[in-house]
Design a protein around this ligand. Sequence first.
Ligand code: PEP
Ligand code: MN
Length: 262
Amino acid sequence: MEQTLNAASTIDEVLSKRPLIISGPCSAETEEQVIETATRLKATGKVDVLRAGIWKPRTRPGSFEGVGTKGLNWLNQAKKITGLPIAIEVATGRQVEDALHFDVDVLWIGARTTVNPFSVQEVADALRGANVPVLIKNPINPDLELWIGAVERVAKAGIKNIGLIHRGFSSYGNTEYRNAPMWHLAIEMKRRNPNMMIINDPSHISGNRTLLQSVAQKAIDLDYDGVMIESHIDPDKAWSDAKQQVTPERLAEILDGIKWRH
Ligand code: PEP
Ligand code: MN
């Protein structure tokens, strides 16, 4: 049966669900992969929003940089089949225009964009007048003011529904986490924005599958509003972030293992 977002569940209502669960592949790779991931996530009955990156900010050139705009058709197809609203990362004004043209339900600003006020301003300018929720990841470096500045730029562009995503902070060398959570920074951000939703991204904090559940649990214990966890139909073969992705069924087990507050 085809489902669509209808008047009874606007995107703002979907995002106000607690806990809010966002999942989907790090990257959209093929139409089949996007649709199968969405279908299997929907079948778990536990996921509220489908995520996928279609423009991927990669640390080094030469790795897979995303399928680009054609991925928007695949996501819209997945949405038509499952009824799940869709979320993508945007990093340039042009990407915002494309996303809005394709009626993407939720946009997020990635950690490598939040660090750059010029980029955030460009994204904010392209968002002006749009009625779309925007989630803002923390910058890759532990600078709270940059995170706050990004929120202010997006808010000044007239975006009403802004949320925060805590994805951890990068450091040099081998550490337990791919991106150290530095919980105190996110807690301070939460304290400064008491009415703003904050979700946790255990995938990019952990960098591997084994830590996902404990990071997610810690976030829930700290009263986060939900989590964004990457999932893939064949995680080991993912074109990006293979080590940290889990199948939709494994995601369901992880979520079942969490002690929720809501
Ligand atoms: C992602 O969500 O796949 C991503 C690139 O995340 P981040 O901006 O947190 O590195
Ligand atoms: Mn990723």
